[in-house]
Design a protein around this ligand. Structure first.
Ligand code: BDP
Length: 666
């Protein structure tokens, strides 16, 4: 299949598409650079023209350092104290002129895209000066991309959008496509990418040394969009690449190797972002082999990066994947906290501990990881998963922003305490993009990518409003009916997915290995630590202090008590925290077993309704796009039915309790 021209009608929220608001307007965008290019491009497509110095303009896009600063810009600045700040901008409209002002080119670019998002209203209502700043400094996508095609995982680990967007045939791929990707990311506020898999295989390890030029080629293309490139590295690099006998973080030769290697990296890529490390996790090497702590490991790399302003993202996803559930202390949910909480305060300032949002592994419903509350003296990144590994693998519609919004807004210390977004210095996610013509396999999965960037910029945005933004930017010409229909299909799709898959936070129940589709006992008797403990009397994991694994004790009050209590624990997390009899009455009034039946019938039915809605849009959206989404919806409906039937049958047989509504359970 050919890749459509990146500005093609179904290629996501690429800005000029929505910049028809330029119309016949004059735009003053002094200086060179990407903003000016954007304006030239928009004018070529939609009319309008670049204004000259001294000429009146309808839109002024300027850096505060511009000489002379246009009068409209000076007026917008009046009364504004201090710097606008890195990556930030002022937006104002008065006396018929819309003004975007920034201290740096990246801020100006973000301001430009803000105008694009607003469309025509950017040029109508007056606007007192607004100051827009990102909530966190770094908004990053981790690509789990390999250069080579891995025999089991394919080229992109957990990738559902074709091959890598960065690598093809053993080298950097078509850089025009990478450039278009950079633009797409800048338009939603992402400013960092890691270009290779956290599981670093032999070929990819060399990106750090003799293949650094390949990384530099990608960095050059992304730089104008304010995006810095990061690299996943293996902790064993000094052995694998440097020929040293050890990777011990306290060994002098090892330290020198990292220092010199990192110097070379910065000599080649002066604005290189830093390293991402998965250590002592699922077979990756790490400091445990040398009897050292993860602070020792992270600080080794942090020290090498510090002179250049780089950071190391050190992942907290550390657990023993070969353990069985030997005793209460070996609950996988506890592992990250048990390893890292005692190390709080020992990490360097440029070491960022990257914590998955939940204590297990990117499930459709998990409590927020208690590690995030336990490390006040450590810089933290919250890690989300945009790629839909456990949420339908981009064959199912599953708009994840409502979940992320809940996570980022979660308050560990109750209503008056700080929320997760305020505790994080970075927000990171595993990317869902590949070389697919629609970028994300399922065209509607683009909304997750867009929403990730927008929520990382401002975690308090309403996910439903962000969805509408994406729909408007992507399907602008389609009109009101498609807009309403798409909203109806997508807004509740995460909860729909939750209804027909593993119930009430218990998680997994997926087919082992590829993680798609139902297999209730697939992981139940394996050493991975992801169990549901269903028996004839009940289901769920007892993680209480009183009788279970004690995981609830990793939360501060009030949540330690709320989760500990069967009566107070929120329904949606009940089976994550408690082993519960089938007859237990939930807070919603239903028995547990009846709730399982009801939600599974309802979820599968909602999937079928979603497909009907899409059918109605035939003729109103691009025909190829319609066909692609339809094919995915057919699979979603089939798979949702399979989930419903397997889960319901399983629990009917275990419990022997029939459905109160007498529906047929296969
Ligand atoms: C798991 C994925 C695995 C990743 C791992 C990780 O199944 O492919 O390598 O997460 O985050 O969910 O490192």
């Amino acid at each position: 299949m050919t890749i459509p021209e990146p500005t093609g009608a179904h290629a996501a929220w690429l800005p000029p598409l929505a910049f028809s608001a330029v119309g016949s307007r004059r735009v003053f965008a002094p200086g060179a650079g990407v903003v000016r290019d954007e304006v030239v491009h928009a004018c070529a497509r939609h009319g309008g023209r670049l204004a000259d110095v001294g000429e009146e303009a309808d839109l002024v896009l300027a850096l505060t350092t511009a000489e002379p600063l246009p009068a409209a810009a000076r007026a917008a600045l009046a009364g504004h104290e201090g710097a606008i700040g890195e990556q930030s901008y002022l937006l104002a409209r008065r006396d018929g002129v819309t003004v975007v002002l920034a201290d740096d080119p990246t801020g100006l670019l973000y301001g430009f895209f803000h105008v694009v998002r607003l469309g025509e209203p950017a040029f109508t209502a007056p606007r007192t000066t607004e100051h827009h700043r990102p909530a966190v400094h770094r908004r990053m996508l981790d690509h789990w991309d390999n250069i080579d095609v891995h025999p089991v995982m394919g080229q992109v680990e957990r990738g559902y959008s074709g091959g890598s967007i960065f690598w093809a045939d053993g080298a950097p791929r078509d850089l025009d496509r990478v450039r278009a990707y950079g633009r797409l990311l800048a338009a939603c506020g992402v400013n960092a990418v890691a270009v290779n898999n956290v599981n670093v295989h032999a070929t990819e390890a060399h990106l750090l040394t003799d293949r650094l030029g390949d990384v530099a080629a990608v960095a050059d293309v992304l730089r104008p969009y304010g995006i810095r490139v990061h690299l996943s590295v293996t902790f064993a690099s000094p052995i694998a690449l440097g020929g040293l006998p050890t990777a011990d973080p306290l060994d002098a030769d090892v330290r020198a190797w990292w220092r010199e290697t990192t110097e070379q990296v910065y000599a080649t890529i002066p604005d290189f972002g830093g390293y991402v490390v998965k250590a002592d996790s699922e077979g990756q090497p790490g400091p445990f082999a040398y009897g050292r702590s993860h602070a020792d490991g992270a600080n080794l790399l942090a020290d090498a990066l510090a002179p250049f302003g780089g950071v190391v993202h050190w992942r907290a996803f550390v657990y023993n994947h070969r353990q069985d559930w030997r005793d209460r202390t070996t609950d996988r949910a506890r592992a990250a906290f048990d390893h890292f909480a005692p190390l709080d305060g020992l990490f360097r300032d440029n070491a960022v501990l990257q914590v998955k949002y939940g204590p297990i592994d990117f499930q459709v419903r998990e409590p927020v990881s208690p590690v995030i509350a336990a490390m006040p003296r450590t810089r933290l990144a919250v890690e989300l998963q945009v790629t839909q590994e456990y949420t339908g693998q981009q064959r199912h519609v599953c708009y994840l922003a409502p979940m992320w919004s809940d996570v980022l807004g979660f308050r560990f210390w109750g209503d008056d305490g700080r929320d997760v977004a305020a505790l994080a210095s970075d927000i990171v996610a595993v990317s869902n993009v590949g070389d697919d013509p629609y970028w994300t396999g399922h065209p509607l999965a683009q909304a997750n990518l867009y929403a990730f960037g927008r929520l990382a910029w401002n975690p308090h945005l309403d996910p439903a409003a962000v969805l509408d933004e994406w729909i408007d930017l992507t399907f602008a010409p389609a009109g009101d009916e498609p807009r309403r229909t798409l909203h109806a299909m997508m807004d509740g799709s995460w909860r729909t997915y939750e209804r027909y898959t593993a119930p009430l936070g218990v998680g997994f129940m997926v087919r082992p290995g590829h993680h798609y589709g139902p297999d209730v006992d697939g992981y139940e008797y394996t050493p991975w630590g992801t169990y549901h403990f269903a028996d004839r009397d009940g289901v769920g994991v007892d993680r209480t202090r009183a009788t279970g694994t004690g995981f609830t004790g990793q939360y501060p009050p009030p949540w330690s008590q709320v989760y500990e209590s069967l009566a107070d624990c929120p329904d949606e997390l009940l089976l994550f925290f408690h082993h519960v009899p089938y007859g237990h009455v939930l807070r919603n009034g239903s028995t547990l077993i009846q709730h399982i039946y009801d939600t599974h019938f309802a979820g599968a039915e909602e999937a079928a309704q979603t497909r009907l809605l899409w059918d109605k849009l035939a003729g109103s959206v691009d025909a190829d796009l319609h066909a692609r989404v339809k094919e995915r919806l057919d699979e979603q409906v089939r798979c949702a039915g399979e989930w419903r039937d397997q889960i319901n049958t399983y629990f009917l047989r275990k419990s022997g309790i029939p459905d109160a509504q007498g529906r047929r359970i296969h």
